[in-house]
Design a protein around this ligand. Structure first.
Ligand code: ASP
Length: 332
């Protein structure tokens, strides 16, 4: 069926009233990254190269919660994380706790290719970055005015603590979506299958606004936020703690592997099985099938296939794709 790719820029409960100044730059970046990835696949680049290429572009865009636009921890710092995985070989690499690395996804790939390990974090990961000579920046480069304001709002509302086992200050802590719908959205990911049938996935994030320093989410956890095997490649976004509990990305692959489900059925079943409002994912199969499913109100997303299907979107009509139909986007 040829090459295919899908990318996301985060899932969340984004109101349809999201102002154009928050909507348009993200949509434009998704379109640009889609074109970039599709052109690279057409040129015969491997799926692994393409997911890294696309995620690097998304990391460089301050409108997404990864790289330059990473959200801040409760301490006002940035702790970026990323993961990359190649389906045919099950090779994977992951990094967490980065505060200076411009493109976490590329460091994750170096962990995969140049160390005997899978996952490096904090000081050890930073030291590895220096050793490899990857591009680094002063930590202040990643701290945008926008994210300082988001942290201030999150602290004021005592948001995000819902995910942790510490006491909550009042019911307001239960309410995690601020009025501008700009809360946790923005983690980025890309999945691809190239013309030779190789699958790969990459995900990169700054995590959750006001997360505890040291918190590790689903993104770098192989099988949770990121997974690929010989059948499919998956990148998830949403509430990391739920995605880890539900082993979202691996479950999609497991349903295909052990139950023989087609990609879309597997992806939709996994997303529908997670708590409402917590999970979105993009996935491609070896056969070039694409699925972009979420149980949040929205997911910034885009996909293209060699067969000529292309889509860029944020919201999905409620129930779309849930009926077993063939639509690529599904709201569950
Ligand atoms: N899943 C990410 C995390 O929990 C956040 C996101 O997808 O926006 O760190």
């Amino acid at each position: 069926m040829g090459w295919a790719l899908a990318l996301h820029g985060g899932a969340g409960d984004v109101p349809r009233t999201l102002p154009p100044e928050l909507r348009e730059p993200r949509l434009a970046t998704l379109r640009r990254c889609l074109d970039l990835g599709a052109a690279a696949l057409r040129d015969g680049r491997t799926a692994l190269d393409v997911v890294e290429l696309v995620v690097r572009e998304l990391e460089d865009c301050p409108h997404f919660n990864a790289g330059r636009g990473s959200v801040l921890t409760a301490a006002g710092t940035v702790e970026m994380e990323a993961c990359v995985m190649e389906g045919a070989t099950l090779r994977c690499g992951a990094v967490s706790g980065l505060s200076t690395v411009a493109n976490a996804v590329s460091l994750a790939r170096l962990v995969m290719e140049r160390t005997p390990h899978i996952y490096l974090a904090f000081d050890g990961a930073e030291a590895f970055a220096r050793d490899q000579g990857v591009e680094t920046k002063d930590p202040s480069h990643f701290i945008t005015e926008h994210n300082i304001e988001r942290l201030r709002q999150a602290k004021e509302a005592n948001r995000v603590q819902i995910d942790y086992t510490q006491p909550l200050k009042g019911q307001q802590a239960q309410k995690e979506t601020p009025a501008d719908g700009n809360s946790q959205t923005g983690t980025v990911g890309c999945v691809a299958v190239d013309a030779a049938g190789n699958l790969a996935t990459a995900t990169s994030t700054g995590g959750l606004v006001n997360k505890m320093a040291g918190r590790i989410g689903d993104t770098p956890v192989v099988g949770a936020g990121t997974y690929a095997n010989a059948l499919c490649a998956v990148s998830a976004t949403g509430k990391g703690e739920e995605i880890i509990r539900h082993t979202v990305a691996r479950d999609v692959a497991a349903l295909m592997e052990h139950r023989g489900l087609p990609l879309r059925d597997a992806a939709k079943r996994v997303v529908a099985g997670a708590p409402r409002g917590t999970v979105g994912l993009v996935a491609v199969s070896r056969g070039g099938e694409v699925c972009m499913a979420h149980n949040t109100t929205a997911m910034f997303r885009a996909c293209a296939t060699e067969a000529g299907h292309a889509e860029v979107g944020i919201w999905t009509d409620a129930g779309a794709g849930a009926d077993g139909g063939e639509s690529v986007s599904a709201a569950l």
